[in-house]
Design a protein around this ligand. Structure first.
Ligand code: ADP
Ligand code: MG
Length: 470
């Protein structure tokens, strides 16, 4: 199969980006970044370590993708593969001092670099697996994460006793990894505990490697003799029975010697599939807390905090604009900020509301940002027909209810990304075929009735307006 080959575009994009960076900055970050290959809809680049991957992602992924889009007219996400070059470039060898030294030209744009400079000298070396900026200090507390953050702090102060295990769950970009690492950083700073942070994916890979290399004893030794074990994204373990088994025994060893274990997961443990009962039971044993998407006030506070820390000249009006339009998660808020920061660095003056609106228009228009849930659509459609949302979920077969229900399903299908199965579930546990049938019916009706389309359009508008007010 021949490759689409975006290499030429890649090279052009990189040379365009070069013009807006200092030579030093360019060589630090782009000197290690190499084009690897193209997929159908993405470009894969290589970086020498997770450190570089994470930093490059935070700093430059947006601008690379935006530039590529400008050149190709296509959304081409950039993915990074780690290909260590030689020892000197591995993550552990790159000290923060070096980064700071090499990076002073840009420090205003990257908040955590800045604060690192302001904070008093660390009495201790940073933990090699933890990001230094993932601390409690940097974690803005709102009603969405209040309980989780306080529990995490309690655990940090009293590991192994307060809540064990501690499991944080919630959707992407809501701050699970940050909170988990904040626990690690806190304990690292205040004790000599042996801490391991890893992802479930990494744990799995290491486990598999240890099988091949007969390194089982070393693997067990490493994981069963720690004081604090932090395992991120355990949903990765679905279907991996061998690794589940190993984790179970690791868990038992640590738990019985009162060592603190912390997990994160992208959904409640009860919703994980193909997980052994005994491991599910262990996950659920201690304290499970969830993170929710932040509300407007918290979104604004998070942005405010980040621009203050990074000394980025972005006025409150623009932060308000972002807070109103980006409602999904904190990662998306950060992406908006990164984009504006790149712009500010280019033009060397504060960004105006109009400029921000223009720069972020695609992000704002994304259906993900619309705060639109199935419940909201049901509510709006029900109100429109003077029915209740429960009528739409009920089994009632009265003609006007059936019609409203079909319309609501059609709109959900049209403007959200829910699957027909999820839609069916939310409409009183109906089957996905019923949802498909309803959508077909509405489409048929639209062909026959010229008034229906405008009705649907105005309903969609009502839904979006209601979503924006949330
Ligand atoms: P998850 O692991 O849930 O996908 P992350 O912990 O990676 O999410 O968070 C995504 C980004 O948002 C990170 O850069 C993190 O620092 C930031 N973040 C998340 N929650 C907060 C918060 N409450 N205050 C400040 N920054 C946050
Ligand atoms: Mg995470």
């Amino acid at each position: 199969m021949s490759e689409p080959g975006y290499e030429v575009f890649w090279r052009e994009a990189i040379s365009q980006i070069r013009t807006i960076l200092t030579e030093q900055e360019f060589s630090v970050w782009f000197g290690v970044l190499e084009y690897l290959r193209s997929g159908e809809n993405e470009v894969i680049a290589s970086v020498p370590s997770t450190f570089y991957r994470d930093q490059i992602k935070i700093r430059y992924q947006e601008i690379i993708e935006t530039t590529l889009k400008g050149l190709t007219g296509k959304d081409l996400p950039v993915e990074f593969e780690i290909h260590p070059r030689n020892k000197a470039e591995s993550a552990a060898e790159i000290t923060n001092e070096e980064v700071k030294k090499n990076d002073s030209s840009r420090k205003k744009a990257v908040s955590f670099e800045d604060s690192r400079e302001k904070s008093p000298p660390q009495p201790k070396d940073p933990h090699p697996q933890l990001r230094e900026d993932y601390t409690f200090d940097r974690y803005v507390i709102g009603e969405n994460n209040n309980f989780a953050a306080n529990a995490a702090l309690a655990i940090s102060r009293n590991p192994g006793t307060a809540y064990n295990p501690f499991l944080i769950y919630g959707g992407v970009g809501l701050g699970k990894t940050h909170l988990m690492q904040a626990i690690g950083n806190y304990i690292h700073e205040n004790s000599s505990s042996k801490i391991i942070y890893t992802t479930a994916e990494n744990f799995t890979n290491e486990f598999i490697q240890s099988l091949n290399e007969k390194g089982m004893a070393a693997f067990k030794n490493r994981y069963r003799h720690v004081d604090i074990l932090l395992i991120d994204d355990i949903h990765f373990l679905e279907n991996k029975s061998g690794t589940q088994e190993e984790l179970f025994f690791t868990y038992e060893a640590l738990y019985n010697s009162k060592k603190q274990i912390v997990f994160t997961c992208d959904r409640p443990v009860s919703e994980l599939k193909n997980l052994t009962e005994r491991l599910r039971n262990r996950f659920e044993r201690g304290l499970n807390v969830d993170l929710h998407p932040p509300n407007y006030e918290t979104r604004f506070a998070i942005l405010k905090n980040k621009v203050a820390a990074g000394n980025i000249p972005i006025p409150d009006g623009v932060l308000d604009l972002i807070s109103k339009n980006v409602s999904t998660n904190i990662r998306d808020l950060e992406a908006a900020l990164t984009k504006l920061t790149a712009f500010v660095n280019m033009v060397h003056q504060p960004v105006t509301i109009e400029q921000a609106q223009h720069l972020l228009r695609d992000m704002f228009a994304s259906p993900r940002q619309a705060n639109i849930s199935i419940e909201l659509i049901q509510k709006v459609v029900a109100e429109y027909f003077s029915l209740s949302a429960n009528d739409l979920k009920s089994k009632k077969r009265v003609q006007n209810i059936v019609y409203a229900r079909q319309l609501a399903m059609y709109i959900v299908r049209d403007i959200t990304e829910y699957s027909t199965t999820e839609i069916g579930q939310s409409f009183g546990g109906r089957d996905h075929t019923t949802v498909m049938y309803s959508c077909d019916k509405i489409e048929e009706r639209m062909k026959a009735d010229p008034n229906l389309e405008p009705t649907i359009e105005s309903l969609k508008r009502l839904v979006k307006e209601a979503g924006a007010k949330l």
